[in-house]
Design a binder for this molecule. Structure first.
Ligand code: FAD
Ligand code: NAI
Length: 467
């Protein structure tokens, strides 16, 4: 007799593992199928977690070398790259083992192998050795995530031409690193290797960095990253990467036409976006519809066009973020358990973990203009914040966008140290449809960086005090 489940989740990334845990908590007999040797998906194995471990460690290294002196601390740091990579690996191990522990605790069955949907209610699991078994289930959630997008004509070997995965494990600091794409991965991993000593040049197709983020914030961030030593080549495309004995030759040319150039590099990081991963899932044979970008099509309740098959996370439309996948995982588990699961897509924060960090929730000025919504802007620089001065973290600002007519906060953008932690008071405020006045009248502890958030809200509603 084949095993029978209430729910089989295919993929154990933040979407899949959170979905499985919540489903088990709600009483569903649940199994997870994962083809990787460890649970946790892209995020825990080769994404969010290892990149943040290296971002933190390299930031400490840079601060020790460049800004401890301003605080009256004399040190001469020495890089132990193997030790730093070891720290990253330890952090990953602890996190993926944590997921395995949670599965056990919640009595979730784990199957290692590639999951394939044979038809509604039937999932075949094939192990790496080639053995397969068929599991039966009332519902299937596809949570197979995404993979890095290829650059036509450029072969990623994960040694000299790398994706983010290779860039998380370079055995030596490259002398010259060329990053293709000024998106989140390019800026985060470009920052890591620059801090450790690489000369970093970022080649971006568009005329700006961080497309989709508020213009004001992206421009100021670019100025700061340039000052830190990153060279940006905007409106430029990479036309080829040639491997030579000594290194790589990267051919580029302006997007609008003009003279071609070549740059030398030891390592090229291709970070031009990610695409949904559905290989081997059997979507076509099972008749599960995808959109023009290969994402699994779902309705508002995460249902695909095939009865009993749902999908969440990077493999469906929306921002490719771990916490978006997690929230969808929770919502679909609640729906399957007969509750009303829901995700508020208007209030999903996004953080770029550079120094300073960039954090946003809600809409940008450009989006409000395009939607024809009248708004007020309140801005406050960290330069005027006492705690920021005490910490030597005066770069950046907070920007609050509030609807002109109602004062309701529609977007908050923070460029500054610790922005990724500060953004959440704005997220909570926006979940409750709060106004700039609500935020401005909320007492904030002194001295904190968060007082700048309050002051920006004061500026949007009436007037700030400290500037
Ligand atoms: P994934 O995490 O991709 O997990 C999918 C899993 O499904 C994988 O383990 C895969 O092996 C498995 N799988 C696929 N097909 C099958 C199959 N047929 N059978 C069995 N298993 C299968 N997001 C953030 O929010 N914050 C960050 O700081 C952040 N940093 C990132 C840094 C990097 C370098 C990268 C690459 C991404 C980062 N992301 C970050 C994005 C984040 O990793 C993804 O949004 C998130 O992992 C998506 O979760 P998911 O569950 O949809 O898919
Ligand atoms: P991205 O979409 O953030 O940025 C890709 C960049 O590459 C864009 O600026 C784009 O214009 C540019 N580009 C595209 N084609 C190009 C070409 N041929 N030549 C030069 N530039 C080109 O994608 P990225 O950085 O690869 O990250 C993928 C996703 O992973 C992110 O969008 C995000 O969803 C997720 N992520 C999230 C993180 C976080 O939350 N801190 C960290 C890392 C990744």
């Amino acid at each position: 007799m084949p095993e029978t489940y209430d729910l089989i989740v295919i993929g154990s990334g933040p979407g899949g593992y959170v979905c499985a845990i919540r489903a088990a908590q709600l009483g569903l007999k649940t199994a997870v199928v994962e083809k990787r040797a460890t649970y946790g998906g892209t995020c825990l194995n080769v994404g969010c977690i290892p990149s943040k471990a290296l971002l933190h460690a390299s930031e400490m290294f840079e601060q020790a070398g460049h800004s401890f002196g301003d605080l009256g601390i004399k040190v001469k740091p020495e890089l132990d790259l193997a030790g730093m990579l070891g720290h990253k690996d330890k952090v990953v191990k602890a996190n993926v083992e944590g997921v395995a522990f949670l599965f056990k605790k919640n009595k979730i069955d784990g199957y290692q192998g590639t999951g394939r949907i044979l038809e509604a209610g039937k999932v075949e699991v094939t192990s790496e050795k080639g053995d397969s078994q068929v599991l039966e289930t009332k519902a299937v959630v596809i949570a197979t995530g995404s993979d890095s997008a290829p650059l036509p004509g450029v072969t990623v070997d994960e040694r000299r031409v790398v994706s983010s995965t290779g860039a998380l494990s370079l055995p030596e600091v490259p002398k010259k690193l060329i990053v293709v794409g000024a998106g989140i991965i390019g800026l985060e991993l470009g920052s890591v290797w620059r801090r450790l000593g690489a000369e970093v040049r970022v080649v971006e197709f568009l005329d700006r960095i961080l497309p989709g983020m508020d213009d004001d914030v992206a421009k100021q961030a670019q100025r700061l990253f340039k000052r830190q030593g990153i060279d940006f080549r905007l409106s430029t495309k990479v036309t080829g990467v040639r491997s030579e004995k000594k290194g790589l030759r990267v051919a580029v040319e302006p997007v609008s036409g003009g003279d071609a150039e070549t740059f030398d590099a030891d390592i090229v990081l291709v970070a031009i976006g990610r695409r949904p991963f559905t290989e081997g899932l059997g979507l076509e044979e099972a008749g599960i519809a995808t959109d023009e970008r290969g994402r699994v099509k779902i309705d508002a309740d995460f249902r695909t066009n095939v009865e009993g098959v749902y999908a969440i996370g990077d493999v469906v439309a929306g921002p490719m973020l771990a916490h978006k996948a997690e929230d969808e995982g929770t919502a679909v588990a609640e729906i399957l358990a007969g509750q009303k699961g829901h995700v508020n897509y208007g209030v999903i924060p996004s953080v770029v973990y550079t120094d300073p960090e960039i954090a946003v929730v809600g809409r940008s000025e450009e989006e409000l203009k395009e939607a024809g919504i009248a708004y007020r802007v309140g801005k406050f620089p960290f330069m005027a914040n006492g705690r920021a001065r005490a910490m030597g973290a005066t770069e950046g600002f907070v920007k609050v966008l509030a609807e002109e007519k109602t004062d309701r906060v529609l977007g908050v953008h923070i460029l500054g140290r610790g922005a990724g932690e500060m953004i959440h008071e704005a997220a909570v405020l926006m979940e409750f449809s709060g106004s700039a006045e609500d935020l401005a009248r909320t007492c904030h502890a002194h001295p904190t960086m968060s007082e700048a958030v309050r002051e920006a809200a004061m500026a949007a509603w009436f007037k700030p005090v400290h500037i």
